[in-house]
Ligand binder design. Sequence first.
Ligand SMILES: C[S@@+](CC[C@H](N)C(=O)[O-])C[C@H]1O[C@@H](n2cnc3c(N)ncnc32)[C@H](O)[C@@H]1O
Length: 303
Amino acid sequence: MNNDIDTNVSNGTDNELENGNRDGNNNGIDPRNTLNDLSSKEWVAETVSVWIQKGLGANHEDAKIERQHPAPFSFTDVSRLIRFFTKSGQTVLDPFVGVGSTLKACAIENRQGIGFELNPRYVELTKQRLEKEVRTLFSTTNSQDIQTGDARLLVKNLEENSVDFVVTSPPYWNILHKQDHKAKQERIANNLDTQYSDDELDLGNIQEYDKFLEELSAILGDCSRPLKPKKYMAIIVSDFRDKSKYVMFHADLARSLQMYGLELKGISILYQRHKRIFPYGYPFAYVPNIHHQYILILQNIKK
Ligand SMILES: C[S@@+](CC[C@H](N)C(=O)[O-])C[C@H]1O[C@@H](n2cnc3c(N)ncnc32)[C@H](O)[C@@H]1O
């Protein structure tokens, strides 16, 4: 097996093969670039399929609010995605916005964010976060739009073809109910949330995996109506274990979204180098420390 085998070949239908590199004027930004505000050099770095997750560090002053939420993603990783998949001033939707990492990134990157969140406490924390972590630095929050409620309903209010990019990290089924290791015990000891809510509308409270997958796919599928044609959706997910079984959630979700016209274009690995490791399985069986997430990149192929 050749370790250097080139897996970057396609059937020649993608523009990247044809376009080559024609920038040179306009600060290195090709005038035909309708996707983002990046030069080819900046562009290429973002297409490498392994990223190292960059957080602020648990002790950073600006990590205090996000810590209240059991599963925030890092706003710096989301900023990278936003810079790649939109131009300045464009509109970004996160249907599961949690404590507002996407909206913080949008405010800093001068994009218009729309976020949905079921738990009113996280909506309140998002508002505090934008006020404290963005306004003090940039004297603006660009009036980010956070809406409280069920994403199933809120997405229906959005106008067709009004969104340029969807980026989100949904609940990973009900794994917050299952995880039972030291990290969870520490959150309990510090009086921090260990699950999103008790609300039956919360996708994290659905008992059956197939039903969860169906409902999540329907919500993300509905996001393709406000998402403009040919625009992208990035979904950050992780695989997980269900008792002794390994569940390929990222693959199940990507497959399930095909029927909504969301076509998988690539997957990036988000390496979580900072995550603690535990001696799962020792000394009897192989049990992985799952140290990465997947960024599924899908394109809205509707006409
Ligand atoms: C993985 S978290 C998102 C975290 C977010 N990326 C952040 O950085 O804070 C998933 C979020 O989805 C929310 N959620 C679950 N079911 C929902 C629903 N039906 N409608 C809207 N939000 C929902 C949960 O309350 C939780 O905050």
